[in-house]
Design a protein around this ligand. Sequence first.
Ligand code: OFO
Length: 183
Amino acid sequence: MDSNRLSKAMQTALNSQMNKENLQAQIYLSYGCWADSEGYEGISNFLFRHSKEERDHMMKFLEYILKRGGKVAVSEIPAPSANPTSVNDCFEKVFKQEVDNTKSIYSLVKQCMEEEDWATWNFMQWFVMEQTEEENLAIELLDMIRVAGGKDASHSALFSLDKRMGERGGDARLAQEVTTDRP
Ligand code: OFO
């Protein structure tokens, strides 16, 4: 008897989003290494923490697929996109990535509605809220770099910004609440 409560198309879409979250984690990891090698310890720390949050998102998808009796397909992760060329570029890239991920989440929600898969629709609402928080966070980063002088930010402005980033607590509130034990 087939106990898989996900349609084939939904299972594929959830797996694809799961792997996308994993790619997001790799991208933040890679940017974190870039920031550290440029001497921005605070920004690097922020990006590493965010990488961990993206991995938790991946686990959240993984556990949901299993819970619904579906099959998880962990795929290879493409190489992360090119490293940033500056802090300004880094924050712009973070913003674009988050907006791109929001589009994927919305498309999954649309699919839930079309299939009338209300369990998955309900599960996806957490991600809708989370993406709003992550976009807000990315906008905040863009504001911070704009105030620091954008592309032409001075060394001392970047130094202060890095220090502030190092002093920040966790990132998005919802993401902090997720752990692999408590997805
Ligand atoms: Fe997974 O939240 Fe950002 O992308």
